[in-house]
Design a protein around this ligand. Structure first.
Ligand code: SF4
Length: 515
């Protein structure tokens, strides 16, 4: 197989690769697609740029397929890094895309949940989120080994693929719950096979240092790429308003940009200098590479950032002061080091922090009920298992299922998926309480504890789950076992029967045997 220059560079500690983000835009033969390919041609000559990143329907709006643009860019002779998101494709469509990418020689992928779909032809599209990024990383890992699945004549095994897949983490979260959830999910992403990590968007040097330190202390020895977005005032205003979920621009940074835009060059020089300083800090701090993005960026600007950034790297510690943009009252995992403006190696004491949301008494009830009914070998477990065994397949199954669904709809807003994940999310239903149906931790879009899709109205389901679990000292559960995707074979069937008869994912965990 042909050498993957991006992978080789990222895994080589003496190389500091740059990736540059291109936006394929909406349309097929429009200016946006031609421009993206023109920029790609220019990037080939730059010895620092090892890959071109291609966004996948960014902002939840339709655009030219990143997969297809990736195959065009491979033909130009430079590695693409294709954003691979879960929002618009179910698991089969994703597997198909992976086959097409493999065949086209597109190997570098950045796996994400993706922005919640916002607009499309004749209205808002259906959000898919059949798999989460952890499941996609597992699928890719299996494809890299040679995917096996049952066929007509026994197990079929494919030729191994050669994907180099990464995932994203945000260290820029405002609350303890959000931040710990991000780091818990990071652990699962790495266990699922992430081969590198890219940070989300923010401008707080202490937070960049935090994730680097966290990865080191937890033995996550895969490359970490820092995200540099060339920030104009207009985009900053949107990020500050949380119109671009997951990107953090504080009021102080916005005020600085407001001032800079009055310069004769409308703040362009300041933008490039800020990006170059970030480059220097990230390189000096120990990141493995950087990802440069921005709206309508010219090749010359990327080139200037790299050149100035390289020249500033030796003074990176002096530049930390320019990235002192904490979220007001925001959470940090480590204590501050006043000398460097970064972090000490000691984590803050989490037990001293107050929970971010109210817990209510329903959680205690759910825990009690669960122990009473579902714990193998305890209380009503044997009775329920026997009852479900008798009811299954009889005319009583329908009324039994209806009674169960009604109870769970009232208590948990149950969506009748039949593969119940209440136990995985502290008795909160990810099918109804999370618009992205995340079963393994929060997406990157939460904002000050609120859900990306309902900011100011609904807390992120994982923020609630964290508060519930922490009350019992069980928050470590969020970084524990990977929860498999929902099995749609069980849709609109009794989750109780599925559990006691060993058909759902929870019973597989407890090794339930049908009676
Ligand atoms: S509930 Fe949390 S994980 Fe789900 S979409 Fe909202 S922010 Fe993302």
């Amino acid at each position: 197989m042909q050498e993957n220059r991006f992978k080789e560079a990222l895994l080589n500690p003496s190389v500091f690769p740059v990736t540059w983000e291109l936006v394929p835009g909406r349309g097929a033969r429009e200016a946006a697609q031609d421009k993206a390919l023109d920029l790609a041609r220019q990037a080939i000559s730059n010895s620092h740029i090892y890959a071109l990143t291609l966004t996948d329907n960014p902002g939840g709006t339709p655009a030219m397929s990143a997969d297809f643009m990736g195959s065009e860019i491979v033909r130009l002779g430079i590695e693409p890094l294709v954003h691979f998101t879960c929002k618009d494709k179910n698991r089969n469509a994703m597997e198909s895309s992976l086959y097409a990418l493999d065949r086209a020689g597109v190997r570098n992928l950045l796996v994400m949940s993706g922005d919640y779909p916002v607009s499309g032809y004749q209205g808002r599209p259906a959000p898919v989120f059949d798999l989460d990024p952890i499941h996609v990383l597992q699928l890719i890992s299996e494809m890299n080994k040679g995917l096996e699945y049952p066929g007509m004549k026994g197990t079929t095994r494919h030729q191994p693929a050669d994907f180099f897949a990464g995932a994203v983490v945000s260290p820029f979260k405002a609350t303890e719950a959000e931040q710990i959830i991000q780091y818990s999910k990071l652990k699962k992403k790495i266990e699922a096979g992430a081969q590198f990590i890219v940070t989300q968007l923010g401008y707080d040097a202490r937070k960049f240092h935090e994730v680097l330190l966290y990865m080191k202390q937890n033995g996550f020895s895969i490359p970490l790429i820092g995200n540099i977005y060339i920030l104009p005032f207009g985009a900053a205003k949107m990020m500050n308003r949380n119109d671009l979920p997951g990107s953090v621009v504080t009021d102080k940074l916005l005020a600085d940009l407001d001032h800079e835009k009055n310069a004769p060059d409308k703040g362009q020089g300041a933008r490039i200098l800020r990006a170059a300083r970030m480059y220097a800090i990230l390189k000096g701090m120990g990141f493995s590479g950087v990802h440069i993005g921005g709206h309508n960026i010219k090749y010359e600007q990327v080139d200037a950032i790299v050149e100035i950034g390289e020249s500033l790297t030796s003074q990176w510690k002096d530049l930390v002061q320019y990235f002192d943009y904490p979220i007001e009252g925001g959470f940090y995992y480590y204590e501050k080091d006043p000398e460097t403006g970064l972090n000490r190696e000691a984590p803050v004491k989490l037990e001293d922090q107050l929970p971010d949301v109210k817990i209510g008494c329903s959680y205690a009830f759910s825990r009690f009920f669960h122990r009473f009914m579902y714990k193998p070998g305890k209380n009503l477990y044997g009775f329920m298992k026997g009852l479900c065994g008798k009811i299954q397949g009889t005319i009583m199954e329908g009324p039994f299922h209806k009674m169960e669904h009604l109870t769970k709809a009232v208590l948990f807003d149950c969506r009748d998926c039949g593969d119940c994940a209440l136990i995985d999310v502290a008795y909160l239903c990810p099918m109804s309480q999370c618009p992205k149906n995340q079963r393994n931790g929060a997406c990157g879009g939460s904002y000050k504890g609120w859900c990306e899709v309902y900011p100011g109205k609904r807390p992120c389901v994982y923020v609630r789950a964290y508060a519930r679990l922490k009350k019992y000292g069980e928050e470590g559960q969020l970084s524990g076992e990977i929860v498999p995707p929902c099995n749609w074979d069980l849709y609109q069937t009794s989750s109780w029967i599925n559990y006691y008869q060993g058909k759902d994912h929870t019973s597989q965990k407890f090794s339930n045997k049908p009676s």
